[in-house]
Ligand binder design. Sequence first.
Ligand code: AMP
Length: 113
Amino acid sequence: MSEKSLFTRIIDREIPAEIVFEDDLCIAIRDVNPQAPLHVLVIPKQPVTKISDGDSGDAGLFGHLLLTAADIASREGHEDFRLVINNGAGAGQSVFHLHVHVLAGRGLGWPPG
Ligand code: AMP
């Protein structure tokens, strides 16, 4: 059996995290190294490595992650926010278990770094 990802270990409560939301499909935690006043990660419980590994069968799950991310930003009082998915090491992915970054609470420049 392949080794559990860091985020699966958080989902399984083997590693502590500040959980802000959880349902049958996903968990949302505060990022341990926040890049904005609000920085939450929305993580599917199913250990998809990266979004490019998904297919049409994942459309419901991926849609749920985005809607959950937007709902968390809204519930935390942010009308303006950014959702980020880093896909692959060259794009900045460091944890190989899909997650949506929810960033808000400061000016967010464009283009991103
Ligand atoms: P990425 O670079 O897109 O793969 O994002 C991984 C994110 O996970 C980074 O923003 C890290 O700060 C965050 N992270 C790493 N370890 C933890 C942890 N134990 N709890 C919460 N966030 C974490």
